[in-house]
Design a binder for this molecule. Structure first.
Ligand SMILES: *Cc1c(COP(=O)(O)O)cnc(C)c1O
Length: 434
């Protein structure tokens, strides 16, 4: 289904005013075709578009809305905070509350600093890693996204241990000179990189569970080997938990792998829908930040009281009753995964659906689910566009890109998931008829 008349009208106005009418590229629907739907409001697992139509939302603002849209606890906390002023630019108790919740839940966090986005968290953590190690090089992985800092918008260079090339116009080649890009799921590649450049690597950054190019589940032994190599060569391991932090469980991906990172970055869920990022780790590292140490990092709106209040309400709800919310998310995620699997099977498609807790991704390709970006078959994007459109027709809103994952929230339930699976089965019927 295409966007309704009101969404189309809004979109044409927006296109005059903002590039492609959006403030973040994927929202423009370029990879699935058609015009984007304009959201008018959200409630729980659903949103209503500008034409008054309701959809089940599996985007959840790209991860933050783990409790669904406009959860009463969050709305109440934010409303109370707003009445007391929107921003102070000075310390306030909400910051302490959010820091205590995070540090209390994640054993390797001894101190945190709040910023206003995941991009900022990652940028700052890398600056800190460079500052404390006195080294310049950073290793990242193909298929992992860490926000849009210049030196991370870099693609693999010609050889393994060679420096990358900018993947966006506007990034000077010299900014990519300190970024080495490795394939995921490949110990030998890591060993070669550390062999050649180990003494100049400040940090390796990896997504907790790579979830920005599909969902590329990593082997525990691989992540552990990465930890070892960092230790052997004096490099820091930065786990980017902007998606996975407080999403796949209170301890994030670190807990799942049993790997302790030196620094971890957060965003999305910890802001409960408000602009919040954070980075943290061991005390002696974090104490290298200004004004205690020599690594500068600041923010006018950092620790914003309203944003902190949203994060506090969200984490309190998630951590209540011994983390019952995570057990529920696991249940709902599993139900959706089984439903999708059965629908694929019934329709005769040999595709897999990968899941980590409440994060799901349909690989739409045969064989083992990919663990590396290089193993994703990009023809699947065309199939995805057809599924996306068929599901929209039936009131189900998936991310407008084949490489984006689906998020289940605690506001989804058995009925909503059952309806989604039915809608998928009907859509697959159309796809198989060609
Ligand atoms: C979303 C994301 C970021 C960037 O966060 P923004 O808040 O969009 O700047 C960084 N790392 C990962 C793993 C992400 O998923």
């Amino acid at each position: 289904m295409s966007a309704g008349p009101r969404s189309r009208e809004l979109y044409s106005r927006a296109c005059q005013l903002m590039p492609a009418g959006v403030n973040s590229p994927v929202r423009a629907f370029r990879s699935v075709g058609g015009d984007p739907l304009f959201y008018a409001s959200g409630d729980g697992s659903h949103f209503t578009d500008a034409d008054g139509r309701r959809f089940v939302d599996y985007v959840g603002s790209w991860g933050p809305l783990i409790l669904g849209h406009a959860h009463p606890d969050v709305v109440e906390a934010v409303t109370a905070a707003v009445r007391k002023g929107l921003s102070y630019g000075a310390p306030c108790e909400h910051e302490i509350e959010l820091a205590e919740l995070m540090i209390g839940a994640v054993p390797h966090l001894e101190m945190v600093r709040f910023v206003s986005s995941g991009t900022e968290a990652v940028m700052s953590a890398i600056r800190l890693a460079r500052g404390v190690t006195g080294r310049d090089d950073v290793v990242k992985f193909t298929g992992c996204y860490h926000g849009h800092a210049d030196h991370l918008l870099v693609a693999a260079g010609s050889g393994l241990a060679t420096f990358g090339t900018p993947s966006s116009a506007g990034v000077p080649a010299s900014f990519a000179e300190h970024t080495i890009v490795a394939p995921l799921d490949d110990e030998a590649a890591l060993e070669e990189i550390f062999d050649k450049r180990g003494s100049s690597i400040a940090a390796v950054i990896i997504e907790g569970i790579p979830a920005n190019s599909g969902l590329l589940l990593q082997r525990q032994e691989y992540v552990r080997r990465l930890r070892e190599l960092c230790d052997d060569h004096g490099a820091l391991l930065i786990l980017d938990e902007v998606i996975t932090g407080f999403r796949i469980g209170a301890g994030g991906a670190a807990e799942r792998y049993g790997v302790v990172p030196d620094l971890a970055t957060y965003g999305k869920v910890i802001g409960g829908g408000m602009p919040v990022g954070a980075y943290g780790g061991r005390r002696e590292l974090m104490q290298q930040l200004a004004p205690l140490g020599a690594v500068y990092q600041a923010g006018t709106l950092s620790g914003n009281p309203v944003a902190m209040a949203a994060g506090v309400a969200t984490l309190r709800r998630l951590l209540a009753e011994g983390g019952a919310a995570y057990a529920r998310l696991e249940e709902l995620g599993s139900l959706l995964q089984q439903g999708i699997r059965a629908a694929f099977e019934d329709a005769g498609f040999p595709w897999s659906v990968v899941r980590a807790g409440s994060i799901l991704w349909m690989s739409l390709q045969e064989g083992e689910p990919p663990r590396r970006f290089e193993d994703i078959r990009h023809e699947a994007a065309e199939t995805y566009a057809r599924l996306h459109s068929g599901l929209l027709d039936r009131g189900v809103y998936l991310a407008p890109s084949a490489y984006e994952v689906a998020f289940v929230s605690t506001a989804h339930d058995e009925k909503v998931i059952g309806d989604t699976v039915e809608a998928l089965a009907a859509t697959l019927g159309e796809v198989s008829r060609g």
